[in-house]
Design a protein around this ligand. Structure first.
Ligand code: S3P
Length: 448
């Protein structure tokens, strides 16, 4: 995937934000909808699909693996699947761009099929560890030829006959859990994943919706065993993708920090394994009203009304980390405006995301006059109890969430904040800038 040249962007101190918005479809659910659609026999219809670069890369990979994937209208897609076991060997490498979720889930999918595929990605993805999926998928019978340290590019030779395994997750990762379950779909018998810390459960929910037999048992010390019976015939589904709580985090924090703001964000999933940021912001004193709670497409969904608030620093418990793992950079921005210190613990996984998010967040905060203490698996931010100074230039390290977090900071800071590259925002939230402008935000920069 060609990477466009870096485009700096500046967020200017803005007047109050107001209005009602919808954020794009959930990224995790969008990847999975395409993947399960590709494995079902018949037509899966998807509405509300996130059309960001990450998900479009997964759509293209599904085509190369033999599924018929078609865009019907904005967010409306049709997938004709090939059936479990029916994937075709791709003629060209599968390019996942910036997407860790896409590459790791599809490695699981391919590992269970007797085909060979090469996986490539951009510079950020090529630095990220793949050993966490290579290890269990090797146990299931796949073979890998990867760069040193288990990095991309890599070639995967899928199992001739995949073996089911029982796998205790060594890291709290929904991507690893999902990769093992996807490989287990084409293995005879039962594949089990054991989680010590529950992670997002979209794969389990969707497997059930497509007709697979998935049993979830709670064991001693809160361990969760997820048991999948292999070789099901997956039945096509109609999937409505709810709004992404990780994308909603940006307008929500912007409204909390920008004085006088009041916004409504409609239709986001508040799946308990995804909603940790909202619990945390409320504990910090954020005025967030959860409205119209309902269920859509097998996920709990709600609208949020958010009003500007004075926040106070808190200690975020480590056991909450998995439910807000992508939200720490924007939480750290909120913490910079809060009264007192915010401590974030148990967040070592942030070091292996699209960038080292502890390092990138800490240096972005320092560039804007905030004191931060960084440890191997934590970060604490000394809040200013009001508007931060701003005027910083922030290095985004090819990370969409670092870019959006610091643009949010600039809207509420005393002086503008500039990010070195806004292009990666298109991986998860292509309409971020126009949507924020619609709420009253001001941006300036190349091409804007
Ligand atoms: C995701 C899982 C998380 C998250 C990522 C999406 C998923 O990664 O950070 O953005 O869709 O399964 P890990 O599983 O590596 O924690």
């Amino acid at each position: 995937m060609a990477h466009s040249p870096a485009t700096p962007l500046t967020a200017e101190p803005s007047a109050r934000l107001s209005g009602t918005v919808r954020v794009p479809g959930d990224k995790s659910i969008s990847h999975r909808a395409l993947i399960f659609g590709a494995l079902a026999v018949g037509e899966t219809r998807i509405t509300g699909l996130l059309e960001g670069a990450d998900v479009l890369a997964t759509a293209e990979a599904m085509r190369r693996l033999g599924a018929d994937v078609e865009r019907l209208a904005d967010g409306s897609w049709s997938v004709h699947g090939v059936g479990v076991g029916g994937l075709r060997e791709p003629e060209q490498p599968l390019d996942f761009g910036n997407s860790g979720t896409g590459v790791r889930l599809v490695m699981g999918l391919v590992a269970g099929h007797p085909i060979t595929a090469t996986f490539i990605g951009d510079a950020s993805l090529s630095r990220r560890p793949m050993g966490r999926v290579i290890a269990p998928l090797t146990d299931m019978g796949a073979t890998f030829h990867a760069r040193a340290g288990g990095r991309l590019p890599l070639t995967l030779i899928g199992a001739r006959r995949a073996m089911p395994i029982a796998y205790p997750l060594p890291v709290a990762s929904a991507q690893v859990k999902s990769a093992v379950l996807l490989a287990g779909l084409n293995a005879p018998g039962q594949t089990t994943v054991i989680e010590a810390t529950p992670t997002r459960d979209h794969t389990e929910r969707m497997l059930k919706a497509f007709g697979a037999d998935v049993q979830i048992e709670t064991g001693p010390r809160g361990l969760l065993a997820i048991r999948l019976t292999g070789e099901p015939e997956l039945k096509p589904c109609a999937i409505t993708v709810p709004g992404d709580p990780s994308s909603a985090a940006f307008p929500v924090v912007a409204a909390l920090l920008t004085p006088g703001s009041e916004i409504v964000v409609q239709g986001i999933t508040l799946n308990p394994h995804r909603a940790g940021l909202y619990t945390t912001l409320k504990e910090m004193g954020g005025d967030i009203e959860v409205m119209n709670q309902r269920e859509e497409g097998g996920e709990p969904v709600a609208d949020l009304r958010v009003r500007a608030s004075r926040l106070r620093g808190i200690e975020v418990p480590p056991e909450r980390a998995a439910s807000m793992i992508d939200e720490y950079p924007v939480l750290a921005v909120a913490a910079a405006f809060a009264e007192g210190t915010t401590k974030m613990l148990g967040i070592h996984e942030l070091r292996v995301k699209e960038s080292d998010r502890i390092a990138a967040t800490a240096s972005g905060l320092r560039a804007n006059g905030i004191k931060v203490h960084e440890s191997e698996d934590g970060m604490s931010v000394d809040g200013r109890g009001g508007a931060v100074a701003g005027a910083g230039h922030v290095a985004t390290h090819m990370d969409h969430r670092i870019a959006m977090s610091f643009l949010v900071m600039g809207l509420a800071a005393q002086k503008p904040v500039t990010v070195d590259d806004a292009t990666m925002i298109a991986t998860s939230f292509p309409d971020f800038v126009p949507m924020m402008r619609g709420l009253g935000a001001s941006f300036s920069g190349m091409g804007q």
